[in-house]
Design a protein around this ligand. Structure first.
Ligand code: NAD
Length: 311
């Protein structure tokens, strides 16, 4: 099985920064590549703050955090990836961008270097075919935030060999993740299921069957979810949800993926969720944590907050 000792992360955005920190925390030397110094500096500041936060919460010693930080180097020149065992591609979600990334990196890869893509919606097989090594290529779909979400979806392309798959599954375990295997289909397992549930919750609201609070209470108190679907949509970003549903609808041509008009309207209005201060909820007022609003009797651990009244 190919051994993974050094990692390059391509793209220092939302996902790439978190993945780089996770790898460094887990003991891997990491090079983080992006197109601009400003983006890289923002990412490294965020990583430094993230490590400091872990120290403050007692999850990590100061020396351990300093060692993790020292394992990360940044740069804009593809030559910084020379000699790495694994490339984690976390660049902008665009086939053209990802193809350009693979072309730019090709001359700097060792014959044995593995490549994974973190794409949420593109075909892994198609991206693999844009490289010189489809058998050493697969999907490794982290969820956002990559540091905190315990699951990674593993996606084989048509040509992925079993040694590559075993090495990447082993890496995911070293990063402390639980893995599920998904076929190379649009949105894989998590988003394919989640987006349909969110769309159905928005449709339920649109039809006046319930209010946002009652729908979310129904799914938290009634079905044991830790967060209601509308609140979750606000957290993900309603624009992101809409793009995902549109991609599913386009690729799978089934009416169940057609985005609810109310979701489209929210995006048109710029009500994108938490990031814009308004989505299905108004974040200019403090709503408290989901557990406080809709305490789940069997969730244990947390002190339940005030029980919500009749909804
Ligand atoms: P992002 O826009 O936050 O970051 C993308 C980064 O890629 C940017 O910093 C950009 O400058 C960089 N980039 C673009 N072209 C590049 C190039 N040629 N070389 C190097 N870097 C380049 O995007 P993101 O949300 O971090 O998403 C990255 C990947 O992760 C996408 O494939 C996305 O589908 C996937 N993903 C995203 C989420 C999410 O919730 N955001 C969740 C799971 C997976």
């Amino acid at each position: 099985m190919p051994s993974i000792r050094t990692i390059a992360v391509i793209g220092a955005g939302q996902m790439g920064g978190g993945i780089a920190q996770l790898c460094a925390q887990s003991g891997f030397p990491v090079v983080l590549l992006d197109v601009g110094d400003e983006i890289l500096n923002t990412a490294i500041t965020r990583i430094s703050g993230g490590l400091e936060g872990r120290v403050a919460k007692g999850r990590m010693g100061e020396a351990e955090a300093a060692a993790a930080f020292a394992r990360i180097s940044i740069g804009t020149d593809p030559s910084i990836i020379d000699g790495v065992d694994l490339v984690i591609e976390a660049a902008t979600e665009s086939e053209a961008v990802k193809r350009a990334v693979f072309a730019a990196l090709a001359a700097h890869l060792q014959p044995a270097t593995l490549i994974v893509t973190t794409t949420s919606s593109l075909s892994v097989t198609n991206l693999a075919a844009a490289t010189d090594r489809p058998s050493k290529f697969m999907g490794m779909h982290f969820l956002n935030p990559a540091l905190a979400v315990p699951l990674v979806e593993l996606v084989r392309g048509l040509a992925t060999d079993e040694e590559t798959f075993a090495a990447i599954r082993g890496l995911a375990r070293q990063l402390g993740k639980t893995t599920v295997v998904a076929e190379d289909v649009p949105a894989f397992l998590v988003n394919r299921t989640l987006l349909v549930m969110i769309n159905e919750a928005v449709t339920t609201l649109h039809k006046g069957i319930g209010t946002a609070r009652s729908i979310d209470a129904a799914l938290t108190l009634g079905a044991g979810h830790s967060m209601g679907p509308l609140e979750l949509a606000d957290l993900i970003g309603l624009d992101t949800c809409l793009i995902g549903l549109q991609a599913l609808y386009e690729k799978l041509a089934h009416g169940k993926y057609r985005p609810c008009p109310l979701l489209v309207k929210h995006v048109e209005a710029g009500w994108l969720g938490r990031k814009t201060g308004r989505g299905f909820y108004d974040y200019s007022k403090s709503l408290g944590s989901p557990a406080q609003r809709f305490p789940i009797p069997w969730s244990g651990g947390e002190q339940p907050g005030p029980v919500a009244g009749d909804l």
